[in-house]
Design a protein around this ligand. Structure first.
Ligand code: SF4
Ligand code: F3S
Ligand code: FES
Length: 248
């Protein structure tokens, strides 16, 4: 049965803003993005929201719902009771452009700072061979839809603008790990993860993993193994050298 839900939606720009109250119709099976679209259609035509797929795959509609980082298109209205007020705010870690749209260019900057896949110079593309177990390891990381909810959630940058230069965030430390664990990648990713991308600032609180809509085990499968490699390197450089020489 349709009902009217109480919504609070943050409206504003880089200068200022406030939560505005709305009463809006909800129908069975709808998600929060449907309600935002209904608001645009009926009460707030200039409400800014970024979205593309409405299927949890483009990573565009990231926001915070009742203070929790989520995808608007994957959050069912049935998550809330009919009496509950649903509060929708933009991601807190990134500067607001307008309403629910934030400037996520921090993430693109960090992405550019990680050198791309570097196969051995003498290996032709058709000759790449790797074990299925290595394929599966990187496939988990490649499920990332770049919603940046993990980046938004991590406490190292969430309320600490000053850490953004030194810390690339879980998504990009995971990218460094993906390449480091790739058997055909010849670049040495460990020192740069630690020194340039701030791996040492991660204290494995796992909040990034908790909000990932793709359920990637960011902390357990990427960040902790990278930290172990940093520690191995520090305490046993001979083992590290051996692993480099015999990796192929
Ligand atoms: Fe989003 Fe998960 Fe990718 Fe982070 S790792 S950007 S939370 S899909
Ligand atoms: Fe941040 Fe995730 Fe580490 S939330 S502290 S990057 S485990
Ligand atoms: Fe694409 Fe939500 S609109 S993930």
């Amino acid at each position: 049965m349709p009902y009217k839900a109480k919504f609070k939606v943050w409206r504003g720009d880089a200068e200022s803003g406030e939560l505005r109250d709305f009463l809006v119709e909800v129908n069975e099976g709808e998600v929060v993005l449907d309600i935002i679209h209904r608001l645009q259609a009926t009460q707030a035509p200039d409400l800014a929201v970024r979205w593309n797929c409405k299927a949890g795959k483009c990573g565009s509609c990231s926001a915070e719902i009742n203070g929790r980082p989520r995808l608007l298109c994957m959050t069912r209205m049935s998550t809330f009771t009919e009496e509950e007020t649903v509060t929708v705010t933009p991601m807190r870690t990134f500067p607001v452009i307008r309403d629910l749209v934030t400037d996520v260019s921090f993430n693109y900057q960090k992405a550019r700072e990680i050198p791309s896949f570097t196969p051995p110079a003498d290996l032709a593309p058709g000759d790449y061979r790797m074990q299925q177990v290595d394929v599966q390891r990187s496939q988990e990381f490649r499920k990332c839809i770049e919603c940046f909810l993990c980046q938004n959630t991590c406490h190292v940058v969430r309320d600490h603008e000053e850490n953004k230069e030194a810390f690339s965030g879980p998504r990009f430390l995971m990218r460094a790990a993906e390449l480091e664990f790739h058997p055909l990648d010849t670049a040495d990713r460990v020192p740069s993860a630690q020194e340039d991308h701030g791996l040492g600032l991660c204290n494995i609180t796992k909040c990034c993993t908790e909000v990932c809509p793709e359920h990637i085990a960011i902390t357990d499968n990427a960040l902790i193994p990278m930290k172990e490699r940093v520690a191995d390197r520090k305490y046993d450089p001979v083992v590290w050298l051996g692993s480099k020489i015999f990796r192929r």
